[in-house]
Write a protein that binds this ligand. Structure first.
Ligand SMILES: Nc1ncnc2c1ncn2[C@@H]1O[C@H](COP(=O)(O)OP(=O)(O)OP(=O)(O)O)[C@@H](O)[C@H]1O
Length: 319
């Protein structure tokens, strides 16, 4: 297995006075095989980015483990972290502007990659690798190299960052809302590019998105998150063809239908933000029209309802 996330929990403390704790990630377990594209889907605040940061070892879990090829990522010393883990695990985030220094030409992001991960490459080879990487994301190197960030569009900058991440040929790419800022046609090009890269290099992708349709388009497996917990996961086709959790159903109903004028069909989110994190039962109970007594008291355990399709909901059994 390439990556195993085991009972991962991250608790943040918010507010200075009378602060309350947020269980941003709550006992999350999943794994990713080589060459698999897995989408993490959920609305804002469901813990997707926190999972990405935990996998990148940018923050420390409160409890639980992340294993990369069987090794605990927190057992790596600085050298192994830089020269092994980050060479294997690359990331692209939502806001491309944040990744560029406005005072330097965009080429600099490639220099850093060569200095850190590809030290033995000659200058001639470097130029060729950069050219190929830019072309692979649909950019013309002559229009890109030598420019400052403000001279390029957000979509161009984002594709440069994807090219940079793929240059290293990582085993795992974490794409956190990485296509959100791209226009619709560029977005599809970049999604196809990730798929091609997987096919050619066996790179696995964790595709973090709030957009169910993008998750459907790109992924082999889909994980639906709600308030830090996984509520449903499985093979993408199965989850889409036969959504089981009331939250997954609600998300699917909210995908805009171009033939129907928009009308709010969801249930109003609960007002008392802090309280839901403390619920003993199902976190979705305050929004669920089907919630029964048990749902408020006992957290549902995941149940495999069909092969490779799991749901954590009392409607489908489990304790
Ligand atoms: N550093 C932090 N300190 C305190 N709370 C945090 C911190 N980072 C995240 N949180 C909280 O953890 C929860 C999960 O946040 P996270 O950013 O992981 O969600 P998300 O699903 O990625 O949302 P979005 O799509 O809006 O980025 C939220 O309630 C958020 O406010």
């Amino acid at each position: 297995m390439l990556l195993e996330v085991q009972n991962l929990t991250k608790i943040f403390t918010s507010g200075l006075i009378g602060g309350y704790q947020v269980r941003a990630v709550d006992n999350v377990t999943f794994s990713i095989k080589e060459g698999e594209i897995v989408s993490l889907v959920g609305e804002s605040g469901s813990g997707k980015t926190t999972i990405g940061k935990l996998i990148l070892r940018l923050i420390k879990p409160t409890s639980g483990k992340i294993l990369f090829k069987g090794e605990d990522i927190w057992s790596f010393d600085k050298d192994k972290l830089m020269n092994y883990y980050y060479k294997n695990v690359q990331a692209v985030f939502q806001d491309p502007f944040a990744s560029f220094n406005p005072l330097y030409k965009v080429d600099r992001v490639f220099d850093l990659v060569f200095r850190t991960f590809l030290k033995n490459v000659s200058d001639v080879e470097k130029d060729e690798l950069v050219r190929r990487a830019l072309e692979s994301v649909g950019l013309n190197p002559r229009e890109i190299l030598g420019k400052f960030p403000h001279q390029l569009s957000g979509g161009q900058l984002q594709r440069i960052l994807i090219a940079r991440a793929l240059l290293v040929e990582p085993s795992l790419l974490i794409a956190d809302e990485a296509v959100s800022m791209l226009d619709a046609s560029t977005r599809i090009d970049v999604l196809n590019l990730l798929g091609e890269f997987r096919d050619n290099h066996g790179t696995s992708v964790i595709f973090i998105t709030h957009d169910l349709a993008l998750g459907y388009y790109i992924s082999d497996k889909i994980i639906i998150m709600y308030r830090g917990s996984i509520v449903e996961w499985g093979d993408t086709e199965k989850v889409f063809d036969n959504p089981l959790h009331p939250y997954t159903k609600m998300l699917l109903e909210s995908v805009p239908d171009l033939n129907v004028k928009w009308e709010f069909k969801g249930i109003e989110p609960e007002r008392e933000e802090g309280k839901v994190w403390e619920l003993k039962g199902c976190k979705f109970a305050p929004r669920c029209s089907l919630a029964k007594d048990k749902c408020w008291k006992i957290r549902p355990e995941p149940v495999e309802v069909e092969k490779n399709h799991w749901v954590a909901c009392h409607l489908y059994g489990g304790s």
